[in-house]
Ligand binder design. Sequence first.
Ligand code: SF4
Length: 350
Amino acid sequence: MDHTAPFGLPLARRFAGDVVRLRLGLPVAPLVFADFVTFRCNLSCSYCGYARRGYARRYPELGTADALRVLEAGRRAAPSLAVSGGEPLVRDDIVVLLRHARSLGFRPITLFTNGLELPRREGVLDCVDFLQVSLDTLDEVVQDRLAGRPGTCRTVQDVVRRYAQDQAARGFRLHVNSVLGPDTLAGAPALVEFAARHGVRLTVCPELDDHGQPVPGLLVPETRTRYRAALDALIDDKQRRDVLLDTPHVLERLRALQPSACHPDLVARVYPDGTVPLPCPPRAAAWPNLLEGESWRALRAGAEGCDRPCPRPCLVPGPLTASMLVSHPFALLRERPRPGVRPCPTPASC
Ligand code: SF4
């Protein structure tokens, strides 16, 4: 079994190049193209800044033809793809977009979803390497209140149980993502056991505000103590078995609620209308449109005010994890390989 298959050689090469570039003080190149295909969502999670700030209206999604062009521009920028939102599965053309992404050679392809529409859009499973489903707690009262929709917790658990069984046959890996906030901390141990029981992995993130900073509720001394204890338990679990996805370095940073040096250009993001927040959403200094420029690289090179050191480092997961991996590449060697993921055989079969 080839454990590296879902990651692909182009990503490995780009990663190695970035490790070297970073040490030589040269600009890094994107590892991942983060395509926010829509900001519409079928939930209204209390911690979601996109919903709170009305992003679905501010950044309306492109039609299919232009969304496909965005993917093509993204492939020229980065070897791997993360499709998120909003809720990507509310797009009727999501299978078309992911099939095209696969034919372009993105690897791996990760799809972030709340999972509610998955039974209607099962075709996406044949085009992704990683499926990341949001589930913050198994406590139905808490989860349903956070999501703003009764029945969410039970439905998402059913989705995880059902599709966890399809991982090997359909060639993807299922991850559960949990936002750890004051109301969900107590449920973290049960969530780890749930993930272990169903053969999926768990990744965590502290609840953040619109600037990527921990929400004030997490900084209350009593809650902060509970938060640290929850992270200690996760770090301990990580040392014993293979359920937590996050590396020990990342978990330590999350425990301390302290980001390290960030390299935001490791993640090239595009919003649903083609807008590119440069260098990153929390401190964007330029907002060009990918469809109006030559390429992501040209847009980035022409963007002024993006190269200053970050004045207020955040804990936004994508840049945090990418920056830590490129800064500490040998941490990856300590990760246990996961058998059972086969690459999508040919683009035509996706
Ligand atoms: S830490 Fe990174 S992603 Fe966060 S605001 Fe600073 S540069 Fe942007």
